[in-house]
Structures are given as C-alpha cells and as structure tokens.
Design a protein around this ligand. Structure first.
Ligand SMILES: Nc1ncnc2c1ncn2[C@@H]1O[C@H](COP(=O)(O)OP(=O)(O)O)[C@@H](O)[C@H]1O
Ligand SMILES: [Mg+2]
Length: 261
C-alpha cells in the first residue's frame, strides 16, 4: 500500500519556513493552477446544509455525464463525512507516484478522489495540536488537506470536475482561495424554509466571491418535505430551478440535469 499523503499544517512548519509563508502560498497556488490546467470546468456542489443530498446528486450527476461521454472527475471536499467514493464505488487506495496522486476510477468511469481514500476505515480525520485549540486546528488541517489534494491530484484532461462540498460556507471560501478562477456553483436544497435559509447564505457567499450560479436543485421532492425552497431561491437569485428530484429517481432525471449544465 502506498504511503498516505503527508498533510502539512502551518503548525508543523519550522520557524524558517514560517517566515517564507507568503512564498509557499504563492507556490501552492501555482501548483493548483498547473494541476487544473487540463480541467475545462470546475463545478462546486454546495448547500450550506447537511443531509440534503449533495453527495448523492454529485455522484449520480457525475455518472450521467460520464455515460454521455464527458470526462468527469469528482472531488470529495467533505473531509469529515466523505461519502462520495462509496457512492461511486471508487475503491482506494490512491496510487501515489512521482508525478502526483492518481484518481480512482469509479462507476461509469468517473475519476474520484476522496479523503476516504486517505483515511483508515471509520476513523475521523486526525489532527495534532493542543486540546483547547482543537477546533481551530481541525479547521486548519481540513483546509490544508484540500490544498494538498488540489495541488497533488493528477486529474488529467477533464470536461468537468465536480467538487462535493460539506455543509456551511467555510470550505467554499477555502476552495475560492485556492482555485485560479471561481468555480461554477450548483446549489442543492430540500423544499423546507430552514433549508432555503441555509442555502441562501451559501449562494450569497458564492455570488459575493464572483462564482457563477448555475442554478438550484430541489432534492427529495415529495410530501415528506413541504415547502417551495427551490422556487423561492430560483426567484430570489434569478437562477434556474434546474431539477426537482424525487426519492430514487431514474437515470433519465440525471441525464436531463446533465444536459442543462
Ligand atoms: N433523491 C434521493 N433519493 C434517495 N436517496 C437520497 C436522495 N437524496 C439523498 N439521498 C440519501 O440521503 C442521504 C443523505 O444524502 P447525502 O448525499 O449524503 O447528503 P449531503 O451530502 O448533503 O450531506 C444519503 O443516504 C443519500 O443516499
Ligand atoms: Mg455529503
């Protein structure tokens, strides 16, 4: 088994390194830009809210696009609840070569990289640091992990790289800090008012940072979740409601969604 990626955090840098931090960050940006140069388009899938189906939508959409002949990558940026690899049946470990980290081929040929490929089964992301600062260091480590993945993975030529984000807006900001240009953004919501509130915050954050909002997807549509969050957000942001996805939709739903992007 290849060695796991070494994740550097600022905490681990020596004093000499710390003083060269600005230079290192610049080098990191160049590395990310080089890795993503053959990637035609980056699409971030976000919601601000957990459990609404971001990973489900990312995986099924990626597969439909791949079946339609597009070269698709899927990056799991939810480092605490990495579920994307399982949904794509992309089994690790990742091959780490001198050239970088190679994605794993998942269902329908979607190229997938997930934190799950780096973690031992079931164990949470480990971090070093004083107990009282645990929260801060976890955040720093997660940001560092995303930086490492974007800097190290050799996606090759892709028509689209889908990035599955965790709840909240922190990782979206980190992604925006790292990418050479803002990604396109797909928002996933369920129909409820609470979900609309969380997704609204995330959409505002994305728009403020210059990301193009592709539209909103209302997931788990049906009597279980009453509301009209999809229509409301579509109207408020003047973006399309791209799909209303019921529980366990068929292939045609994903194909149609893929064609609308
Ligand atoms: N449209 C759907 N039909 C059936 N199951 C779904 C649907 N959307 C989500 N799920 C399931 O609901 C759970 C939560 O979805 P998930 O994609 O993990 O949410 P998130 O990534 O937003 O936290 C998962 O078990 C997922 O498979
Ligand atoms: Mg998820």
């Amino acid at each position: 088994m290849p060695p796991p990626l070494h994740i550097r955090t600022y905490h681990e840098l020596t004093e000499a390194d710390r003083s060269g931090l600005g230079e290192q960050v610049g080098a990191q940006h160049r590395r990310v830009a080089e890795r993503l140069a053959p990637v035609h388009r980056v699409v971030a899938v976000m919601s601000g809210k957990g459990g609404v189906g971001k990973s489900f939508v990312t995986a099924l959409l990626a597969r439909a696009l791949a079946r339609a002949g597009r070269r698709v990558g899927a990056l799991d940026a939810d480092l605490n609840g990495p579920t994307l690899a399982r949904l794509l049946d992309a089994r690790g470990p990742l091959a780490v070569t001198a050239g970088g980290v190679e994605p794993v081929a998942g269902t329908d040929g979607v190229r997938c990289v997930s934190m799950a490929h780096l973690l031992e089964d079931g164990k949470p992301l480990a971090f070093k640091g004083p107990g009282s600062d645990a929260f801060i260091w976890r955040g720093a480590l997660e940001a560092a992990a995303l930086r490492e993945l974007l800097g190290d993975v050799t996606w090759g030529a892709l028509d689209m790289l889908l990035v599955d984000l965790p709840p909240g807006v922190a990782r979206l900001h980190e992604l925006l800090d790292l990418l050479p240009a803002p990604p396109d953004v797909l928002a996933v919501t369920i129909a409820t008012v609470e979900s609309a509130d969380a997704v609204r915050r995330a959409l505002n954050a994305a728009r403020e940072r210059g990301a193009r909002l592709l539209g909103v997807i209302e997931n788990m549509a049906g009597p279980q979740f009453p509301g009209d969050a999809g229509d409301t957000l579509s109207r408020e942001f003047a973006i399309p409601l791209l799909a209303r996805i019921p529980f366990n939709p068929g292939d045609a739903m994903w194909q149609t969604l893929g064609e609308r992007l």
